[in-house]
Design a protein around this ligand. Sequence first.
Ligand code: FAD
Ligand code: SF4
Ligand code: SF4
Length: 480
Amino acid sequence: MPNQMLRFTKIGTEMPDKRPADIRREDWQEVYGEFARAKAEEQAGRCSQCGVPFCQVHCPVQNNIPDWLKLTAENRMEEAYEVSQATNNFPEICGRICPQDRLCEGNCVIEQSGHGTVTIGSIEKYINDTAWEMGWVKPVKPLRERTESVGIIGGGPAGLAAAEELRKKGYQVHVYDRYDRMGGLMIYGIPSFKLEKEVVERRTRLLADAGVQYHANVEIGRDATLEELRGRHDSVLIATGVYKARDLKAPGSGLGNIVPAMEFLTASNRKGLGDSVPDFDSGRLNAAGKDVVVIGGGDTAMDCVRTSVRQGATSVKCLYRRNRANMPGSQREVANAEEEGVEFVWQAAPEAFDGEGVVTGVRAHRMHLGIPDASGRQTPQMIEGSGFTLQADIVIKALGFDPEDLPALFDAPELKVSRWGTVSISYRTMMTNLEGVFAAGDIVRGASLVVWAIRDGRDAAAAIDRFLSERATAQLQAAE
Ligand code: FAD
Ligand code: SF4
Ligand code: SF4
């Protein structure tokens, strides 16, 4: 077979077709289409098969990217799938929603040399969507069942990745979630135009078929304490994510129709899933026909502005105190939002909300970016006399999330947390200060990414396996 690789000098970088903005504004389908087979082979063949692949170094799950690109270029798709799924529990999800410009693709050497990145995320999605279509994706079948059980609190990507890895080893796995569906933020946070819900649900069904036992609508803290769970299982993993929304303290912030981002996005996702959502039907959490102002510059803010557009808002503005270059959200998402008609009001911060009973306007002022702080980011400073008002019927606060007070919530004051409220673990063992209790995902690292949650879930599963195996060996030795 002729060499299919190193074609980056002859073939330009190409993403799958992007649906036109005026069409995608009207529906909830994903923005990007799928590569056709020939296009996927061609794009994969642009890879220069680096000896030290920086794409892999910067992928949190250390995907073996050059190998699956080569296999794709050679149309050996089943092998490409095998390599891809070996390091990632939800590869087609990462292919859709990783901020590749900051991770694998941003560090691809041919991107760095000015030839345009290999479109790694889209190819990962293509490989794994093909695998689903062809029926290659099968539930895990452990070689032998083990008697020990593991209780996982939280059915988001961290908890579910750990669940699958633990089932591979034969443990009895129970996932507890306070929501009625598994998937965490993949189901109720991230909108379907980025990640269609069926893509998540086919994965959660696959885990159920692999023997993972789900306990939906069970909130640890309300329905059981951590201590009770420790009594029920040989080991416990805390993977609860971070949900305490940061708030704004400004005059008028208590007015009606000023809503937290997660409330708005959850209502929209539930509606899409066919649930009855009275607050949406009443209009409180529905942007249709309204002037919307979203405050924040992260991925959550991007999801809120684009959801508002699809709900039929009259106008959508995003207010962010820094500039475009300094925003935490993905640049690709900002560009998508702009194409869909969102107006960004850069370097502006709210100072008060107008209205009687419900909000009618946001009073804001312009910001100047001052000297960099300890993290290297320029500190925004208010420009005196720069005030202006934006008309608003609904204001969505997307200012980030902090951990809930887990020791209080779990009735476990002895559980050690950091000064930010994240659960403290030993990075060698992934165990908390409580014997046999581990933690992973956003609740350890703070609000982060799905791919990091997967990585943490995999690492936690390996750590739990080590812990339980060592304990079983010690028990055997003691019995001899
Ligand atoms: P979560 O996904 O939050 O899951 C935690 C689960 O624990 C939830 O299901 C919750 O119900 C459950 N739980 C919490 N407390 C309890 C309790 N006491 N008892 C029982 N169950 C409990 N990342 C990306 O990579 N790409 C994106 O495009 C992206 N977009 C995002 C958009 C939004 C709006 C948000 C909010 C986040 C986004 N993220 C994105 C971040 C990503 O979703 C998270 O980093 C990731 O989901 C964290 O995984 P996790 O498993 O730690 O927690
Ligand atoms: Fe890139 Fe994310 Fe896939 Fe890793 S998991 S290769 S970072 S898209
Ligand atoms: Fe291929 Fe780019 Fe990775 Fe190098 S860095 S192996 S060119 S994808």
